[in-house]
Design a protein around this ligand. Structure first.
Ligand SMILES: *Cc1c(COP(=O)(O)O)cnc(C)c1O
Length: 409
């Protein structure tokens, strides 16, 4: 009789006769976890190539779980290929590392996601890349800065925190004419507000790469960090994939499964975040403490006409937007008072990121974030709101109470 620790038993625990149940066709995708993937023989090992996804070679090169997620994300955004990375910021960084070389220029909008700017002016500049900021609301400024050495142009619609909506279609057209790659940070649009690879609706014009912080709406639970890099062009995808592999970027199977679980409800959630955010943004416009509400669906918000043109036909003509907006408080209130307003909120919690069920608030110091004057913004302290999935009446009551407590009209 063998003891539980006998070598034969230990071996049998690893070389068990398990096979996945045949005919088990549940719609949910299983969590496949592996570093090693086994081959039947040497010929099979030599034959399989991680680059074309015709089979599995190694956990880092993909599993049935991650392949399924990649396919769904590519179709969500209207692309053909997708790479998964451990965060939205890793998506941005891996694209930059794959496509830039010393001497290249990279253009970023002045309202770019902050860590993207820090990467460009930090590591990329140190490696001999030339980062330049452009005005997202002035197409002639982008045209003037598109010199022949510019390889990449980052685009955001709308920009981070101040929510200006650019003429994305004109920007992409300009990049195409100048031979620069158009890279969109599509976290806000999420593949739902507009089609990044088909901006005109006739298949003729689209971005080259869409990066997406899956951390936000695709996951939706506020409990996973992940990013994606979606492309249509095969050669561009292969270039990105090669660097992705060499950097050793991969995602955990449980995290991939969590995002797969979030995707089916994403359109419903996005719509709920959107509707609640628009109601609260419109209500805040009527409050005497508020100087300006920055939400691209509001007629007075910078770039509203561009939002209307790109996203306005979605949702039966109501248009589509994420659940984000910012508020500039009247200049008579000090930063201290506005901070006290944020502290006085109880349902809105202080925290970074967005896209989860809980409403969040962050006070930003704009002077440290913009390189050029912002005449389209009223002076005053700025607060960014991310609207969660709470009852909108409860959120409005929370805002009203904190306004009354901290910012006497
Ligand atoms: C959150 C965010 C990112 C980064 O995503 P992480 O997963 O947090 O790294 C990138 N771009 C935008 C616009 C974002 O809002």
């Amino acid at each position: 009789m063998s003891s539980p620790l006998a070598p034969a038993t230990a071996t049998q625990l690893i070389h068990h006769p398990y096979r996945p149940p045949a005919g088990f066709e549940a719609p949910q995708i299983a969590v496949h976890k592996a570093s090693t993937v086994l081959f039947a023989n040497v010929a099979a090992m030599r034959e399989r190539d991680w680059r074309n996804k015709s089979g599995y070679t190694y956990g880092l090169h993909g599993t049935p779980t991650t392949f399924a997620l990649e396919e769904r994300l590519a179709s969500l955004e209207g692309g053909r290929h997708c790479l998964l990375v451990p965060s939205g910021l890793a998506a941005i960084a891996s694209v930059a590392l794959a496509l830039l070389k010393p001497g290249d220029g990279v253009l970023l909008p002045d309202n770019v996601y902050g860590p993207n700017r820090d990467l460009a002016f930090g590591e990329l500049a140190r490696f001999g890349v030339r980062p330049v900021l452009y005005d997202p609301l002035d197409i002639s400024d982008l045209a003037a800065k598109l010199s022949p050495d510019v390889r990449l142009v980052w685009l955001e619609a709308p920009g981070s925190v101040t929510m200006e909506f650019p003429d994305l279609t004109a920007q992409v057209r300009l990049c195409r004419e100048c031979g620069a790659l158009a890279l969109l940070d599509n976290t806000w649009g999420a593949g739902l507000a507009f089609a990044p690879f088909d901006l005109l609706g006739d298949g003729r014009l689209g971005v080259d790469v869409s990066v997406h912080a899956l951390t936000k709406y695709p996951n939706g639970g506020g409990d996973v960090l992940m990013g994606s890099v979606v492309t249509r062009d095969e050669a561009l995808h292969q270039q990105l994939k090669l660097t992705h592999m060499r950097l050793g970027l991969g995602v955990g199977a449980n995290d991939a499964e969590a995002v797969l679980r979030g995707l089916p409800s994403m359109a419903l959630r996005y719509r709920a975040h959107d509707h609640a955010a628009r109601r609260l943004a419109a209500w805040l416009c009527t409050q005497p403490q508020v100087a300006q509400v920055l939400h691209p669906a509001l007629p007075d918000s910078p770039g509203h006409a561009h939002w209307q043109a790109l996203c306005g036909t979605a949702d039966g003509g109501q248009g589509a937007a994420a659940g984000l907006f910012s508020v500039v408080f009247d200049a008579r209130y000090t930063q201290r008072q506005v901070d006290a307003f944020c502290d006085a909120l109880s349902l809105f919690r202080l925290g970074y990121s967005w896209g989860g069920p809980m409403s969040l608030v962050v006070p930003y110091t704009l002077s440290a974030m913009r390189s050029r004057p912002t005449p389209h913004l009223k002076p005053g302290c700025l607060v960014r709101f991310s609207i969660g999935l709470e009852r909108v009446e409860d959120l409005q009551a929370d805002l009203a109470r904190a306004l009354a407590a901290a910012l006497q009209a």
